[in-house]
Design a protein around this ligand. Structure first.
Ligand code: V47
Ligand code: SF4
Length: 387
C-alpha cells in the first residue's frame, strides 16, 4: 500500500468498513458491488477523489489524452422516444429535423482536407429510411476520401435497428459495416441497463443485454469500443454499480473497451425537465467512482461539451485522464439539452491550455490511444493548427 496515502486514510474519520475497502483499492485489489455501494454511500467527494486520483496517477501519471476529431450527425430524426433526449425529432415532425445525404456528409469530410484530424465520430438519431446499406456506402465513400481517418460510428441503438431492419444477425451486420470501413464503436445508448430504470426513460430501444451483446460482437471482430452511463436522473447508486458491474464483466471476457464515459443528465427541453440536475459534488463522485470501480478499463473520459470546460478541468483530479477532442462541429446533442457549451468546438491550443491549467500533461492520441504528440512543453505562441 502506498504509505503516505495509507496514513491519511487510516487517520481519516470514516468507518472501519470504508477504511478496509479503501485499503483494497490502494493495493489494486478489485472491489465487489457491495463494497462499491458502500463507497458511493459513505465516501465523501474528497475521500473518493483522493483514491481515484491515486489510481489515475499510478496508471497514467500526469498524462491527459485528447484527440483531433470532428463529428458528423446524419440526422436528428429518431424512431425512438427516450424521455431524456432533447435532440431527436419524431419522423412526423421533420420540419425541426435534418437529414443529410451521403454527398453532404462526404462534403463535410472534404472540409478537413489537409487538416491533421485523426477521427470522425458519426452519431445521430435512428432514421427509418437510413438503412445499413446507406451507412455502408457512407463509410466506403469517407474511406475513399480520407483513408487515414479512423471511422468511429453508430451507437448500439442505431446498430440494433439497422441489423434488425436488414434481417441480419448482429455478427453479419457488424462484419458488413466493418468491411465497409467501420473501425470502432462509440459508447452511446447504454444509459442505465437495469430494466426498472431503462423502461421508464428509454423503453423502446435495445435493452441492456442487447447493448452488451452488440459490443461483444464488435470485440469478437477485433474492433474496439467505448461505454457510457447516463447518470443523475431517476436512478440510484445501486443502478450505477449494477451498470458498471455488467460492463466490467464484459471487459473481463473481451478486453475490447477503451474508455468509460459517465454522462451527466442535462434537463433542458426534454420530457424529464422536472428532474433536477446533479450538483458538481455528485458529478465528481460519479467520475471518482468510475475510476475506482472500472479497474479493467484503461481510460476514464470526461466529455467536455456536456460538462462544460471548467468542470471538465476539475474531473482531471478525480480519476479522469481523457477529455475527448476538438470535436469541431455543430454537435447539437448537448447544446439542445442545456449544456453551457453552445458551440462544442475547441482548437488544439484551447484544449492543450485547458489541460495545462489543470496541472496535467496534454497528450494528443489517436482513437486507440496511440500517442501522437506530447504538448507539455510545446510553445503555443509559435504553433499553428496545421503543425
Ligand atoms: O446515448 C442524450 C446521451 C449519448 C442527453 O464514445 C444525454 O467517445 C445527457 O454517447 N443529457 C450519446 N446526456 C453521446 C455519446 C458519446 C459522446 C461523446 C463521445 C462518445 C465516445 C460517446 O448522449 C446518448 C445519451 O446517453 N444523452 N440526451 C441529455 N439530456
Ligand atoms: Fe433517439 Fe438517441 Fe435521442 Fe433516444 S437518445 S431518442 S435513441 S436520438
Amino acid at each position: 500500500m502506498s504509505s503516505a496515502l495509507d496514513v491519511v486514510i487510516q487517520g481519516s474519520k470514516v468507518s472501519p468498513a470504508l477504511k478496509s475497502v479503501a485499503g483494497k483499492v490502494l493495493t489494486g485489489e478489485r472491489i465487489s458491488p457491495e463494497e462499491g455501494l458502500l463507497m458511493y454511500r459513505e465516501g465523501s467527494v474528497a475521500f473518493l477523489g483522493m483514491l481515484a486520483n491515486h489510481i489515475r496517477e499510478a496508471r497514467h501519471g500526469n498524462r491527459t489524452y485528447f484527440n483531433r476529431n470532428f463529428h458528423i450527425e446524419p440526422t436528428n430524426v429518431c424512431v425512438f422516444s427516450c424521455k431524456f433526449c432533447s435532440y431527436s425529432r419524431l419522423y412526423a415532425q421533420r420540419e425541426e429535423g435534418w437529414e443529410l445525404s451521403i454527398d453532404q456528409m462526404v462534403d463535410k469530410v472534404k472540409e478537413y482536407d489537409g487538416k491533421p484530424v485523426t477521427e470522425v465520430h458519426i452519431v445521430g438519431g435512428v432514421h427509418p429510411k437510413m438503412d445499413i446499406h446507406f451507412f455502408a456506402e457512407l463509410l466506403r465513400r469517407i474511406r475513399a476520401e480520407r483513408p487515414d481517418l479512423h471511422l468511429k460510428g453508430f451507437t448500439a441503438v442505431e446498430l440494433d435497428y439497422m441489423f434488425r431492419k436488414a434481417k441480419m444477425t448482429r455478427a453479419e451486420g457488424m462484419k458488413y459495416l466493418h468491411e465497409a470501413g467501420l473501425d470502432s464503436l462509440p459508447g452511446g445508448g447504454a444509459e442505465i441497463f437495469a430494466p426498472e430504470i431503462r423502461d421508464q426513460i428509454s423503453a423502446d430501444k435495445v435493452d441492456g443485454a442487447g447493448w452488451l451483446d452488440i459490443h461483444a460482437t464488435a470485440h469478437a471482430l477485433g474492433m474496439h469500443s467505448n461505454a457510457t452511463m447516463l447518470y443523475g436522473h431517476i436512478e440510484d447508486y445501486n443502478h450505477r454499480i449494477d451498470h458498471m458491474e455488467q460492463l466490467r464483466q464484459l471487459q473481463d471476457r473481451t478486453g475490447g473497451f477503451n474508455t468509460f464515459i459517465p454522462l451527466k443528465f442535462r434537463n433542458h427541453d426534454n420530457e424529464m425537465s422536472h428532474v433536477p440536475e446533479t450538483s458538481v459534488i455528485e458529478d465528481l463522485k460519479a467520475y471518482a467512482m468510475a475510476r475506482i470501480y472500472m479497474d479493467n478499463f484503461p481510460h476514464i473520459k470526461a466529455y467536455w461539451p456536456m460538462l462544460g470546460r471548467q468542470q471538465a478541468q476539475l474531473t482531471l483530479s478525480f480519476g479522469v485522464n481523457d477529455i475527448d477532442g476538438t470535436i469541431d462541429d455543430s454537435t447539437k446533442i448537448y447544446s439542445m439539452a442545456g449544456s453551457e457549451e453552445q458551440t462544442p468546438s475547441m482548437t488544439t491550443q484551447e484544449l492543450v491550455t485547458l489541460i495545462r491549467q489543470a496541472g496535467r500533461a496534454p497528450i494528443e492520441r489517436d482513437t486507440l490511444y496511440k500517442e501522437i504528440r506530447d504538448y507539455s512543453s510545446v510553445d503555443l505562441n509559435n504553433w499553428t493548427e496545421a503543425d
